[in-house]
Design a protein around this ligand. Structure first.
Ligand SMILES: Nc1ncnc2c1ncn2[C@@H]1O[C@H](COP(=O)(O)OP(=O)(O)OP(=O)(O)O)[C@@H](O)[C@H]1O
Length: 298
């Protein structure tokens, strides 16, 4: 492959700045992304959570190289997605990013076994036959699906299919794994298993993982959750575990507003509603914080 990554953001696996995507249909413009900023460090496991229509699928289409943004910056593993030539996109999608989609049917070929699905991905990428079997075996072990290798997708549960799909997505050792609602069709127990599998491959292989979902419950399984609202990242929740002197573990989740390059931030809607904030607010700079108060009534 002749593609070369630019080294603008060497520490970021995913870098989006002021990303804009405008769709025009029959003279009406929809701003699906309205200046979105997102940084995901190499090796990070992050969930991007947002309501329907917030722009998640639009962002994922751009990051997966299927769609091109209207303006802004977007790069994945150093590949500039605005500058990438059409013929490089195939190589990018094959070798740099892996995908797991919500619809299990989109991830796996229905008449091939789990092992054959993995091998086919390797064959398409030009790996020699001898290497394919060894790599398929490694991935099957990694995902704990050793007893499922000979089954076709309809003989697997939804959760098992998604674990095979993760193996398929990782077959070409991508730097970044993108998952679109990977638990959307699963019950709670299977969702937890699939999310644990994502966490496991992230920890063991160091692959960067971005899970896009409307399900806020995903944040229980990841350290960092970024909320997307109206085409922009709005708040982030970071989780950590503290161990006290007596050895007891405490899980702490803290929510942060995201400040963009020019100092803009979105207030969470429940804060806005609770204080009936409208149109204008009063800001005052205190020694260690900024105060936001209801503006004058008109
Ligand atoms: N091809 C398109 N043409 C016109 N508008 C579009 C197109 N794709 C998306 N949109 C609009 O852009 C906005 C964001 O859509 P998007 O599908 O990215 O949201 P989403 O968060 O993924 O929603 P969902 O969870 O329902 O899939 C929506 O208002 C949607 O109607």
């Amino acid at each position: 492959m002749t593609m070369t990554a630019t080294s603008a953001q060497p520490t970021s696996a995913i870098h989006c700045r002021e990303l804009v995507r405008i769709f025009s249909a029959e003279g009406v413009e929809v701003q699906a992304l309205q200046g979105l900023d997102l940084e995901v460090a190499r090796g990070e496991l992050t969930a991007l959570v947002g309501a329907s229509g917030s722009g998640k699928s639009t962002l994922l289409s751009i990051l997966s190289g299927l769609d091109v943004p209207t303006a802004g910056q977007a790069s994945v593993a150093g590949f500039d997605l605005l500058a990438m030539r059409e013929r490089d996109r195939i190589g990018y999608r094959r070798n740099v990013v892996g995908f797991v989609w919500q619809q299990t049917g989109r991830n796996l070929i229905p008449y091939l076994t789990a092992a054959e699905n993995i091998s086919l991905t390797l064959a398409v990428a030009g790996h020699p036959r001898a290497h394919r079997a060894a790599r398929a075996g490694e991935l099957i072990d990694l995902l704990g699906i050793g007893d499922l290798g000979d089954r076709v997708p309809r003989q697997l549960s939804g959760g098992q299919q998604q674990r095979v799909a993760i193996a398929v997505a990782l077959a070409n050792s991508p730097e970044v794994l993108l998952a679109d609602e990977p638990t959307g069709e699963l019950d709670e127990a299977n969702s937890a298993l699939v999310l644990e599998a994502m966490r496991d491959v992230n920890e063991r292989l160091g692959v960067t993982v971005l899970i896009v979902t409307h399900d806020p419950g995903v944040s229980d399984h990841v350290r960092r959750t970024v909320q997307i609202r109206d085409g922009r990242t709005s708040t982030e929740t970071l989780r950590r575990t503290e161990v006290s002197d007596d050895g007891a573990e405490r899980h702490i989740a803290e929510e942060f507003a995201v400040l963009d390059r020019v100092g803009r931030l979105q207030l969470p809607p429940d804060y806005v509603q609770a204080l009936e904030l409208r149109r204008r607010v009063k800001l005052s700079l205190e020694t260690d914080h900024v105060q936001v108060r209801k503006g004058d009534t008109e």
